[in-house]
Design a protein around this ligand. Structure first.
Ligand SMILES: *[C@@H]1O[C@H](CO)[C@@H](O)[C@H](O)[C@H]1NC(C)=O
Ligand SMILES: *[C@@H]1O[C@H](CO)[C@@H](O)[C@H](O)[C@H]1NC(C)=O
Ligand SMILES: *[C@@H]1O[C@H](CO)[C@@H](O)[C@H](O)[C@H]1NC(C)=O
Length: 149
C-alpha cells in the first residue's frame, strides 16, 4: 500500500493534466467580478449571439442600481476553446452604456476566468463636455458556484 501511493498519484496526474489543457471555456452561466458585480449569460446561439443581465455592485449613485440587460457576441470558432467575446450593457438606471471585450480562459488550475476591458459612456449635457464622458477599466470574472447547502 505504501509503495502504491506514489504510483497512483503519478497515474492520476497523467489522467488529469490533459483534461485541464483541453477543457473548454463556456460563457453561459453566472459570473462574479473583482468588484462584486454579478452577471448572468444565457445560452450562446449558433451564430455566437447571447443575451443576459448585469447586476453591478458599483455606480455613481449606488441606491439607484437596477439589474440591466446585456447583449453580446462570441467569436464563432469551434477550434478555439478559449473564445473572445464582446457585450454591451444598456444600464436601465442611468443614461449610460458600457461595452466589454474579453477572452474566456481556463487557468492553470482548470478554472474559467473572463479577462475583460470596458468603456463606459456617460451622458453629458452637450458637446463641450464630450472630453470627460468616457471611462475605461478592466474586470476579471470567475464563475459563481451554485450554493451548496
Ligand atoms: C452577487 O451574488 C452573490 C452570491 O449570490 C450575492 O451575495 C451578492 O449580493 C450579489 N451581488 C450583486 C451586486 O448582485
Ligand atoms: C432592466 O433590465 C432588467 C434585466 O434585463 C429587466 O428585467 C427590467 O425590466 C429592466 N427595467 C427597466 C425599468 O427597464
Ligand atoms: C454646455 O453646458 C455647459 C454646462 O451646463 C454650459 O456652460 C455651456 O454653455 C454649454 N455649451 C453649449 C455649446 O451649449
Amino acid at each position: 500500500m505504501v509503495q502504491a501511493t506514489p504510483v497512483l498519484l503519478v497515474l492520476s496526474l497523467a489522467l488529469v493534466a490533459p483534461g485541464l489543457s483541453t477543457r473548454k471555456c463556456v460563457l453561459t452561466g453566472r459570473w462574479r467580478n473583482d468588484l462584486g458585480s454579478n452577471m448572468t449569460i444565457e445560452a450562446v446561439d449558433s451564430k455566437g449571439d447571447f443575451s443576459g443581465s448585469y447586476h453591478t455592485a458599483v455606480a455613481d449613485y449606488p441606491s439607484t442600481i437596477k439589474v440591466s440587460p446585456l447583449q453580446g457576441s462570441q467569436h464563432r470558432t469551434d477550434q478555439n476553446r478559449q473564445p473572445t467575446f464582446g457585450f454591451t450593457v444598456n444600464w436601465n438606471f442611468s443614461d449610460s452604456v458600457s461595452v466589454f471585450t474579453g477572452q474566456c480562459f481556463v487557468d492553470e488550475k482548470g478554472r474559467e476566468v473572463l479577462k475583460t476591458m470596458w468603456l463606459l459612456r456617460l451622458c453629458v449635457g452637450n458637446i463641450t463636455d464630450d472630453w470627460k464622458a468616457t471611462r475605461v477599466g478592466t474586470n476579471v470574472f470567475t464563475r459563481l458556484q451554485p450554493q451548496k447547502e
